[in-house]
Design a protein around this ligand. Structure first.
Ligand SMILES: C[S@@+](CC[C@H](N)C(=O)[O-])C[C@H]1O[C@@H](n2cnc3c(N)ncnc32)[C@H](O)[C@@H]1O
Length: 213
């Protein structure tokens, strides 16, 4: 019993220390999450904390929509989004790191995903979205916004490509070393001129949804 308790205590202490160290490092140096963390991003543990189907539903993704995922990474939510919009819809999966996008390509090449033909992969920064003004129904990002140094610049681009009344959904998860309070995320989105629509989840894992005026 004592051994189990001590082991748990050591694991919790290690996780807290890890969070502190990473947060201090990241407050000085902003860099995209390295591709090797896709092992965590795609893990069952992560899926339990932030179930893809729930994130997609809370984001407001519906059949037929034209959707942009900013910072899709290895695609933990991209495939679910592609299935949710269906063949009449489309998902633009954008990330700044080719290594991450390669992991998404590998997933899409699996036999179980051969039905998915509606994802377009784009290797670009959120600062320079290669998409037409007022062309998308919805944009979403999961554990990404805080990684982008100039958030308002990225949000202005997202607002540009959304149709009037188009949705931007932002989801965050506490173990992410960049995790912001929900109120911080909401303030940023309001500052970008977006209008609050809905908020879901709890302190550990949440999604907020805003709308372009
Ligand atoms: C923590 S990962 C999350 C990946 C994925 N959204 C998920 O939840 O599994 C953050 C992702 O954002 C991407 N990213 C960071 N800065 C970016 C930028 N300026 N433009 C586009 N993608 C960016 C990183 O390359 C990385 O893949």
């Amino acid at each position: 019993m004592t051994v189990v308790f001590l082991t748990l205590l050591i694991i919790v202490a290690f996780l807290i220390l890890w969070q502190l160290v990473i947060r201090i490092v990241r407050s000085y140096a902003k860099f995209p999450a390295p591709a090797f963390i896709s092992t965590f991003l795609d893990s069952d543990f992560r899926k339990m904390q932030q179930p893809p189907a729930k994130v997609i539903a809370c984001s407001g993704i519906k059949p037929g929509m034209k959707v942009l995922e900013i910072g899709c990474g290895s695609g933990a939510f991209t495939i679910e989004a592609a299935r949710a919009v269906g063949q009449q819809g489309k998902v633009y999966a954008l990330d700044i790191q080719e290594d991450m996008l390669d992991k998404l390509r590998t997933k899409l090449a699996r036999p179980g995903n051969s039905d998915i033909q509606n994802i377009e992969i784009i290797n670009r920064s959120a600062y320079e979205l290669p998409l037409e003004d007022n062309s998308l129904d919805l944009a979403f990002m999961v554990t990404v916004l805080q990684e982008i140094p100039d958030k308002q610049r990225a949000l202005a681009q997202i607002k540009r490509v959304l149709k009037p009344a188009g949705i931007l959904a932002v989801s965050e998860l506490l173990p992410d070393p960049d995790y912001p309070w929900r109120s911080t995320t909401q303030r940023m989105l309001s500052k970008a001129g977006l209008i609050f629509e809905a908020s879901y989840g709890n302190l550990w894992s949440y999604t907020v949804r805003f709308r372009k005026p």
